[in-house]
Design a protein around this ligand. Structure first.
Ligand SMILES: *Cc1c(COP(=O)(O)O)cnc(C)c1O
Length: 436
């Protein structure tokens, strides 16, 4: 969507001077499309489709002396400092680095690996989104509604079990095996299981309808700044660890929210001034045969063309090894979305085959000594491709986001409890009273 200049200027002038700026607020929300500023929490801009982005008063990151993600409190949209042991962990790779001939490869490990200080017991970086989102939401008196291909469901269910905040989670048939917790599920978790012919996008549609019911609130997906800034802590942690912004950031994407978050975190680090002045190149990867963002970026298109590139998306999704990377309507084209992040950072997209992703999962476990999820294997495979093609140089500072792993260790240390569905939905149009 294009925004004309006059609308831009108008919305700035109507929003800015009309409201007196509350000085005690930690942040404002600024529209990436038209620069409108908002002083209250919301998911959308009134004038356009752009993602709202947090603009924190504190431009210098001062780490708080707590465990986990609360360390980055300055750049999280929360008033109270969060205390949780789950947070991103960065370490310098030696084995994989040596194998690839890289001298500055850093791994952002988001999962469970106690020896490395990694305590994300639901084993993916979705927990970094769930904690800030639910802490921000907990006093609203409402139930939070979200859709998930599995990992987000687990993360939000876990935080719901810990905090008692009511969540409604809509999961497609393919996500059922991922519905487990490292603890007993609680009554605050309402899990709606969709039919086997439904995919992640169907669950997004049903969640949208459900969130319009009384007492419910949409979690917001990529539009939720608590989610993006929570994921952005992977970049923050890496930059603090390396004392600089990396040259390259590698991540597998389905929606691309993590890629957007890494870009936004880097912009804040540049503004801070102590971490360098250039954005990292984003290297974002998808899993063949379903690669809508790869196809669009290859042609330098802002729009994802449906039907031409993607005949029968559900069949293609069915064939993916890392099937959670399968959002059919990702925030790619919107102002402030994946396309803009790739443009700003001179980014690259990769399309990774199932066999390359599987080999990368095994290689990583062999070399680094921890099991990882299929999407993380996609990211590892993209790094291998980048090294082979000369996209990254031997001494470049590289951050590889291992977005999930360590399930084998959680099973050993905690055991795993299945979450049982509280309702079933055959498709996205079922009457709501059947599932609430
Ligand atoms: C959600 C998820 C991704 C993709 O993240 P987005 O940036 O939201 O597309 C990658 N890996 C794992 C393990 C995930 O759970």
């Amino acid at each position: 969507m294009t925004i004309s200049k006059s609308i831009c200027c108008e919305s700035i002038s109507t929003h800015r001077p009309a409201i007196s700026i509350p000085q005690d607020r930690k942040y404002d929300l600024i529209c990436s499309g038209c620069n409108s500023a908002y002083f209250e929490d919301r998911l959308k801009c009134d004038s356009d489709n752009g993602l709202l982005r947090t603009d924190y008063r504190n431009k210098k990151l001062e780490l708080k002396n707590v465990l986990g993600i609360g360390k980055f409190h300055d750049w999280l949209p929360l008033d109270e400092i969060m205390t949780t042991d789950s947070g991103p962990v960065t370490y310098r790779s030696s084995e994989l680095a040596q194998y690839l001939g890289l001298s500055n490869l850093f791994i952002g490990f988001n999962g469970y690996w106690p020896e490395r200080g990694a305590y994300i017991k639901t084993c993916s970086f979705k927990e970094l989104e769930a904690f800030p989102t639910l802490s921000r939401f907990k006093n609203s008196g409402k139930s939070l509604v979200l859709a998930s291909a599995g990992n987000t469901a687990r993360a939000f269910a876990h935080v719901s079990a810990m905090t008692g905040v009511d969540v409604y989670i809509v999961v497609p048939g393919s996500g059922i095996s991922r519905m487990w917790l490292p603890e007993e599920p609680t009554d605050s978790i309402h899990f709606i299981q969709m039919g086997n012919n439904c995919d992640y996008t169907d669950s997004i549609h049903l969640a949208e309808r459900l969130s319009a019911a009384p007492g419910m609130q949409a979690e917001g997906g990529a539009r939720n700044v608590a989610r993006r800034d929570g994921m952005g802590t992977v970049m923050l942690d890496a930059a603090v660890f390396m004392k600089r912004i990396p040259d390259h950031y590698f991540q597998a994407i389905g929606s691309g929210t993590g890629g957007i978050a890494a870009w936004e975190a880097s912009l804040r680090l540049i503004e801070d001034g102590r971490f360098g002045s250039s954005l990292p190149e984003l290297h974002l990867s998808q899993n063949l045969p379903f690669v809508p963002m790869f196809n669009a970026w290859k042609d330098k298109r802002r729009d994802i063309v449906k039907d031409i590139d993607m005949p029968e998306p559900k069949r293609l999704i069915h064939e993916m090894y890392a099937d959670i990377l399968s959002n059919r309507e990702p925030p790619y084209s919107v102002p402030g979305g994946v396309y803009d992040a790739l443009c700003a950072s001179d980014g690259t997209m990769y399309a990774i085959s199932n066999s390359d992703a599987k080999n990368a999962v095994n290689l990583f476990e062999e070399l680094e000594g921890i099991d990882i999820f299929p999407p993380a294997g996609v990211a590892v495979a993209s790094l291998i491709e980048a090294v082979d093609s000369g996209k990254v140089k031997k001494d470049d500072h590289i951050v590889l986001n291992i977005t999930g792993g360590g399930v084998k260790r959680v099973e050993q240390d905690y055991g795993i409890c299945k979450i049982k569905p509280t309702a079933h939905a055959q498709n996205a149009n079922v009457p709501l009273d059947e599932i609430i």
